[in-house]
Design a protein around this ligand. Structure first.
Ligand SMILES: Cc1cc2nc3c(=O)[nH]c(=O)nc-3n(C[C@H](O)[C@H](O)[C@H](O)COP(=O)(O)O)c2cc1C
Length: 189
C-alpha cells in the first residue's frame, strides 16, 4: 500500500473484531515510532502496549460513556509525554506535536496492515495513569485502540456513530482552513 492509499483508507472505525497481537506486531509499531521526526531529534514520546486481558479490563473502567465500543479492543496503545521532553521555543511547546506525528505514523502503519488504529481522548486521565503506573508529571495524550474492522455494526454505538461506520464524517471546506500567501487570501476550491 502506498502512502496516499493508507491515508485514504484510514478510518476511526468503532466496530471491532479481535486480532491476534504478537511481539512482531508490537516491535513493528515500536520501530515506526522510533524513526518518526521530532524537534532537535528529542524523541519526546513514551508508549505502553497493553495486551493483558486484566489490564485492558482495568482501562475499560476509565472510558467516557460514549466509548463503550472500546471494550472490543485487542490492544490499547497508551501515548504519553511531558513538555520538558521536547523543544520549548518561546511559547511553542513541541511535545504534543511530535508525539502526535509519531502516533499518526503508527496509525498509518496499522492501516497498511489491515488493522483499525483509533485514537481516543475520552478517558479519565488520572485514573488511567494510575492503572498504567505513569508518573504524575506526564500527560497521557491518547489511547490508540487496536482491532480489526467488523462488518457487523457494534450495537453500543449511537446513531451518529453508526452512520460514521458507513461513511467518513463530513469535513470543513478547503476555503475554511486553507490560505495562500497570507491569512487574508482564502484558497479557492
Ligand atoms: C485526538 C483524538 C481524540 C479522539 N477521541 C475520540 C473518542 O474519545 N471517542 C471516539 O469515538 N472517537 C474519538 N476520536 C475519533 C474522531 O471522532 C474521528 O477521527 C473523527 O470523527 C473523524 O473520523 P475519521 O477519523 O473516521 O475520518 C478521536 C480522534 C482524535 C484524533
Amino acid at each position: 500500500m502506498n502512502v496516499i492509499e493508507a491515508i485514504k483508507k484510514r478510518r476511526a472505525y468503532r466496530s471491532l473484531d479481535p486480532i491476534e497481537v504478537n511481539d512482531e506486531l508490537i516491535r513493528d509499531f515500536a520501530e515506526i515510532v522510533k524513526i518518526s521526526p521530532s524537534c532537535a531529534n528529542k524523541q519526546p514520546w513514551n508508549i505502553i502496549f497493553i495486551t493483558e486481558k486484566e489490564q485492558l479490563n482495568r482501562l475499560f473502567t476509565v472510558l467516557s460513556t460514549g466509548n463503550k465500543w472500546v471494550k472490543k479492543a485487542s490492544m490499547i496503545i497508551a501515548v504519553f509525554s511531558k513538555p520538558e521532553n521536547d523543544c520549548i521555543i518561546g511559547e511553542r511547546y513541541y511535545y504534543l506535536f511530535d508525539t502526535g506525528m509519531a502516533t499518526a505514523m503508527l496509525i498509518l502503519r496499522a492501516t497498511e496492515l489491515g488493522l483499525v488504529a483509533h485514537p481516543i481522548a475520552g478517558f479519565k486521565e488520572g485514573k488511567a495513569k494510575e492503572i498504567l503506573e505513569i508518573p504524575d508529571e506526564m500527560r497521557l495524550i491518547t489511547l490508540v485502540i487496536i482491532g480489526k474492522h467488523s462488518k457487523e455494526i457494534n450495537p453500543v454505538l449511537s446513531d451518529a456513530m453508526k452512520l460514521g461506520e458507513k461513511q467518513r464524517p463530513p469535513r470543513k471546506k478547503l476555503e475554511d482552513f486553507i490560505y495562500v500567501n497570507n491569512f487574508n487570501t482564502k484558497f479557492n476550491e
